[in-house]
Design a protein around this ligand. Sequence first.
Ligand code: KG4
Ligand code: ZN
Length: 358
Amino acid sequence: MLCLGVESSCDETALALVQDGHLLCDLVATQEKMHAIFGGVVPEIASRIHLQSLFDLWKQLLDTSGIRPGDVDVVAVSRGPGLLGSLLMGMGFAKGLALGLGTRFVGVDHLLAHIFAPGLEQELPLPALALLVSGGHTQLYLVRSPVDHQLLGRTLDDAAGEAFDKMAKLLNLPYPGGKWIDALGRLDAPDPDLFPVPYLDNQNLDFSFSGLKTAMANYLAKYPELRLEKWSPGVDLKEIVARRPHLAVVCSSFNQAVVKGLLKKVRRALLGRHLKLQGLIVAGGVAANQALRQGATELAQEFSLPLVLPSLPLCTDNGAMIAHFGYLLAKSGFGHDLSIDAIPRGKPVPHDLIRFSS
Ligand code: KG4
Ligand code: ZN
């Protein structure tokens, strides 16, 4: 079964092909440079670039993979949650293709696709506790199968990735800034007294990063000398830190506060022994963070659970995860008709899969 995946939920346009669980081709056109000018994603610009990029990527996909359009069995598309205008570009393209080629069609939950992405690299130990940390979402799931999952906790305000991006913006680092805070933080040890670990004083599995974000913004306002006057691509981070030694400690401490806030809730869920878990999955853009990967590794060891971390290219948005999750759904006999809508950020993705034959 050959599944084409279409991703356009934010600022990456991506197409990928998965054949029977194996990745054949994975193409992405990133808009990072364009949005970096504005310090964040401008939705209308994102939609227009998706519209321009999708057809070019499709031609490139056919050239590099050697497949013919008629070889595609299933078209899978990221249906949300994400930026509505951006999603609609991918959705229109995918529906048109499925209609024209007469293939099966499936709308994929972008967040679940992140969680199942490492399934392209290793077998997933299910049922698993899955922490999804991205630019727009921070959610904790119990995942039993591609069609059987339960949301255990979610952020009540900002996502962890949003807090990273905000900090980077205040420091005049390029968008998206998480990777720069991560890299600068690796250059020194954290000071645990610098930032509060967010949202611990409760018994739930939800997250909150707005308090930490405010504490960080207040701190940076007190020390404006930490801000870069200007960013030059290719600059050596050690040079930046040599001129502002405290910057690495601040970034490292912020990394640590986010990671502690995330893993405190993961630990709480792991202690709920009734879950009968076989593994722990950490996925999404922020899963590329070195401090989080290290912390999750230690936590999984403590609970003697296999830990699944996607390789770095599979952490951030990509088409492979959509093609893979679409393949898993289609293989199990599920799909959609062409009437489904895109789901904007903040709205739950409906459980409206239709059972076809497998
Ligand atoms: O999953 P993703 O590519 O897009 C969404 O679905 O949102 O996640 C993007 C987020 C951004 O906030 C970005 O700053 C963050 O992931 N990110 C990181 C790192 N790499 C990407 N955050 C912390 N450390 C990183 N190494
Ligand atoms: Zn994502």
